[in-house]
Design a protein. Structure first.
Length: 461
């Protein structure tokens, strides 16, 4: 923008100019000089990670996107210069455990690094849960996520604990953060639906209290029969309470763990495929190809949603293997090629199962690109769709309420980079996060300052 120099003379404003200024649209917020990223949902699309979208402005008012285009006229109470960076719909966290987030090392560290030691440690830690403890940690985790562009979160909550302390705390928090964060809660029977006498009753109580989604963990039940029975019971409850379902399904290296077929068959027969999510399905990576091919036919019919959690799957699975060691991540590429909706989750943030992580979706994408062999141009773009549009589909967000288009809610994130490849190479920082039309967070780019250009340094120095 040109600035007024001391030699410029003030001049009078003509009536025409005044009228034009009064007629110019006035917005709450304008994002200028952004490159809009709208990835196509499931299936191999045309979007490449090297596409560099044209520059555009986004005008926002009444919490909605009111106009999009190059050099929009009008003014706003606030303007943010995206500086030629990407503007994306917000990230969607499809699978997280907020009740256990930020408890790593309490009461002890997971030395074996296995899922089962994690469940044991959590069994001890959850004895000392209080509402204030859960809410403080969950809020800290949500803020970490939001500052990195996540504005939709689905969190599983352990409802095997008899007082439902964590669930009640998170139900309160869900309402408290609603002005800036869309939070869904899954009633998750961590110890199995039939692992203790009261667990079915506790799960149903959780649904009566207003939990959004029915969860399950059939591979962790005592027997195969209990696992199958749990899937049927959970579908009944989902119908009764009109909720979608999200299973921790076959999160194990055992190639005989075959509950995905049970979930898919139930979903197909009840017409609930699009409201059903199979999370993890890591055993799918250990099935022989003959069975996997047959299963894929059923999955196509059922149209389930899938969530892979690459950070956790690559660290928890394969622990019992010598060499060759399995990666333990579900068949992300094959599911994507089959046109099924695959999204990616972080799963854990510094808890008994994973002592690392800060909720950054770009870390999830990076791990998926590497561990699922998704390094092709369209494949990298697909991994970004898995933490945005595909995640929105998994969470059941209406297409009218998600994405960058006029009339949609003004939820978006400015990401440092001009292409998706830039984001991958540089871990594009979320420099601005807009939620419901308000700027929620800004993080300045850090720029390296060289004291001396290294190429100019000679020895001895
Ligand atoms: Zn999980």
């Amino acid at each position: 923008m040109a600035s007024l120099s001391s030699r410029d003379q003030p001049r009078s404003v003509s009536e025409g100019e005044l009228k034009a200024a009064n007629d110019a649209p006035h917005y709450d917020l304008i994002i200028r000089n952004g490159r809009l990223l709208n990835l196509s949902p499931a299936g191999p699309g045309e979007q490449s990670c090297d596409t560099r979208p044209a520059l555009a402005d986004i005008a926002i008012g009444d919490r909605r996107i009111l106009a999009i285009g190059p050099n929009l006229s009008g003014n706003a109470r606030r303007t943010i210069d995206a500086q030629g960076h990407l503007v994306s719909p917000p990230f969607v966290e499809s699978h997280i455990h907020l009740d256990s987030a930020l408890t790593a090392g309490e009461p002890r560290w997971n030395q074996s690094g296995t899922l089962f030691e994690g469940i044991e440690i959590w069994g001890d830690r959850k004895q000392s849960l209080t509402s204030a403890d859960v809410k403080a940690r969950a809020l800290a985790a949500l803020k970490l996520q939001a500052s990195q562009g996540v504005l939709h979160v689905r969190s599983h909550v352990d409802v095997s604990e008899p007082k439902l302390v964590a669930l009640k705390a998170l139900l309160e928090l869900r309402e408290e953060v609603r002005p800036w964060m869309d939070l869904q809660l899954v009633a998750f029977p961590q110890d199995g639906l039939y692992g203790a006498p009261r667990n079915v009753e506790l799960l149903e109580e959780a649904l009566k209290l207003g939990t959004d989604v029915v969860g399950g963990i059939p591979h962790y039940e005592f027997t195969r029969e209990d696992g199958v029975r749990s899937v049927h019971r959970l579908f009944e409850l989902a119908e009764q309470y009109d909720c979608p379902l999200d299973f921790h399904c076959d999160e194990i290296d055992d190639p005989q763990s075959r509950f995905l077929e049970v979930v898919a068959a139930c979903a197909l027969r009840r017409g609930m495929g699009q409201r059903t999510t199979a999370s993890h399905t890591t055993a799918f990576a250990s099935y022989d190809n003959g069975y996997a091919t047959k299963l894929m036919g059923l999955l196509r019919l059922a149209q389930l949603n899938f969530v892979a959690n690459p950070l956790i799957n690559i660290t928890l699975q394969g622990r019992g293997d010598c060499y060759p060691k399995r990666r333990g991540i579900t068949r992300v590429k094959e599911l994507w090629h089959a046109g099924l909706n695959v999204s990616l989750g972080h799963d854990c943030i510094q808890d008994p199962w994973y002592g690392l992580g800060n909720g950054n979706p770009l870390d999830i994408v990076q791990m998926a690109i590497h561990c699922c062999h998704m390094t092709g141009q369209r494949e990298i773009a697909a991994c970004y769709a898995m933490v945005t549009h595909n995640g929105a589909q998994t969470l059941g967000i209406s297409p009218a309420e998600y994405g960058l288009a006029v009339g949609k809610p003004a939820n978006l994130v400015v990401l440092a980079g001009q292409t998706l490849r830039d984001l991958s190479c540089q871990r594009g920082l979320a420099t601005a996060v807009i939620s419901r039309g308000h700027c929620l967070a800004q993080t300045p780019l850090s720029i390296t300052q060289w004291d001396d250009p290294p190429e100019s340094i000679t020895y001895p120095h």
